[in-house]
Write a protein that binds this ligand. Structure first.
Ligand SMILES: Cc1cc2nc3c(=O)[nH]c(=O)nc-3n(C[C@H](O)[C@H](O)[C@H](O)COP(=O)(O)OP(=O)(O)OC[C@H]3O[C@@H](n4cnc5c(N)ncnc54)[C@H](O)[C@@H]3O)c2cc1C
Length: 452
């Protein structure tokens, strides 16, 4: 049977775009459908606009220490409306760039929603298109928990559209998205309260990193209610009232509530009932190690599966899929050493195993090297900002299993170190490395304090 395309991709986020471009480079006929803006969550309502807001917030933090560096105090004013306008202008430019890249690669872009009719046919607003292989790269969307009054809360998606800065912001959920927004919005002068159901924020990160970020946020003035849940939200006297239960019962007043408690794959209303694509927990698409679904010619990558939900992972999965299916280069990904970061201040990042995970696998033989110090940047200021550094080792072999950092440039330092850790570097190897002085990263090469 002759198909319209060799590959049809649903969703032009990092996963779908990477797969489409790679497949087209092998000379196959590709089309991609996108219901919103090209670039997906990452470019339009995730990584990119968020990092620009982090940069904007950093000016406020720099201003606090500037007098210690000889800068005189001066009046400054932050114009959120102006700033967010230039963020969106930049996103428009990125969309245009993606558009041109697709055009140049000979990939047909269909700007509409696609749904399955059968295993080889999709419907796009009444248009039927057939393809030999179909890749689902539809990503996910923020979930709202079932709390009375949750309709008053917004998600990360709307945070990038806020017309003004709220005076009082409540954030439900202490995962990386909630933590990042707490840090940025507080730097702009918002009074921030974050409510987290666990004892510590940032579940999944190393416990020392979690407690270090937690202390750092509290020290900056963010109100952090841990072991607490929101019972209900009410609107009263032009503000929102959140009833919190936990260590104690209290009522928090906010102008804006951000809910950041989880993400759900976009697998509803996709016509998946018309094909044999099995879904797993929370509606995530089940795939094998080559991203193949239970329907032989249909594949899925990125946030709509239940693997690591980060942009570079979606992109790598898209490329591996195209290499395997069209490039004659069978490729599967190794998820063990995917670095991740939290772009709060202080910044946090980690790669490899947390201490808890290492102990599960290697038990007693795990050894941890740990230090906390005040970095040079803050030594001539009034601020007591600590950097936390940790290495997790297999004590028997000396192999470094994980590295974790809270402090300046944590993300960049950890991702470079991740290369060596993935290649099996030992503590002895690290000790032999000559670093760059004076930097934060060089401390990883002289860690000699074993954690009790
Ligand atoms: C606030 C926030 C901050 C983040 N920060 C980071 C970060 O700093 N670093 C990082 O690595 N990751 C970050 N992420 C996660 C990252 O954005 C995702 O992991 C990544 O975008 C997943 O890529 P994807 O291609 O799987 O899906 P997406 O980027 O979500 O793209 C899926 C696309 O499919 C489209 N689509 C869905 N259904 C259909 C359909 N039926 N027909 C046509 N099109 C459809 C959607 O409109 C969307 O454009 C962040 C996420 C959020 C929400």
């Amino acid at each position: 049977m002759a198909f319209d395309y060799n590959l049809f991709v649903i969703g032009a986020g990092p996963g779908g775009l990477a797969a489409a471009k790679k497949a087209a480079s092998y000379g196959v006929r590709v089309a991609i459908a996108e219901q919103e803006s090209i670039g997906g969550t990452c470019v339009n309502r995730g990584c990119i606009p968020k990092k620009l807001i982090v940069y904007a917030a950093d000016f406020a933090l720099q201003k606090q220490i500037a007098p210690s560096y000889g800068w005189s105090e001066c009046q400054t004013y932050f114009d959120w409306t102006l700033f967010i306008k230039s963020v969106h202008q930049h996103l428009d430019t990125l969309n245009q760039t993606y558009f041109q890249q697709l055009h140049k690669a000979g990939i047909e872009l269909i700007c509409d929603r696609a749904t399955f009719i059968d295993a080889h046919t999709v419907d796009i607003n009444g248009l039927k298109v057939t393809a030999d292989k179909i890749l689902i790269a539809v990503g996910g969307q923020p979930l709202k928990p079932k709390i009375p009054g949750i309709e008053y809360a917004i998600t990360s998606r709307e945070m990038f559209q806020l017309p003004y800065l709220p005076k009082r912001l409540a954030i439900i959920g202490g995962g990386y998205i909630g933590v990042e927004f707490s840090s940025m919005m507080h730097a702009f002068g918002c009074q921030v309260t974050m409510i987290e159901k666990d004892e510590m924020i940032l579940s999944g990160f190393d416990d020392d990193i979690r407690s270090s970020v937690q202390q750092g946020l509290r020290k900056r003035g963010i109100k952090l209610l841990t072991s607490s849940t929101v019972q209900e939200i009410k609107y009263s006297d032009e503000s929102l009232l959140l009833t919190i239960t936990g260590k104690k019962r209290e009522i928090i007043t906010a102008d804006t509530i951000l809910v950041a408690t989880g993400y759900a794959p976009n697998t509803k209303n996709l016509g998946l009932e018309n094909v044999h694509v099995e879904l797993g927990e929370h509606g995530a698409i089940k795939v094998d190690e080559y991203s193949r679904t239970s329907q032989e010619n249909i594949f899925a990558v990125g946030d709509c599966t239940s693997r690591v939900q980060l942009s570079p992972v979606a992109k790598a999965e898209g490329i591996a899929f195209a290499n395997t299916v069209f490039g004659n280069k069978v490729q599967k990904l190794d998820y063990d050493y995917v670095p991740s970061a939290v772009f709060c201040r202080p910044e946090a990042a980690g790669v490899g195993m947390t201490e808890a995970k290492a102990r599960e696998k290697f038990g007693e033989s795990v050894q941890c090297y740990y230090t906390q110090f005040q970095p040079l940047l803050y030594q001539i200021t009034e601020q007591n900002e600590l950097t936390t550094m940790k290495l997790v080792l297999n004590g028997d072999s000396g192999q470094v299993l994980g590295a974790h950092l809270v402090g300046e440039h944590a993300a960049d330092i950890i991702q470079s170190l991740g290369v060596a850790i993935r290649k099996g570097i030992t503590k002895e190897d690290l000790d032999e490395i000559i670093g760059i002085h004076p930097t934060v990263g060089e401390e990883f090469f002289s860690l000699n304090q074993v954690q009790e």
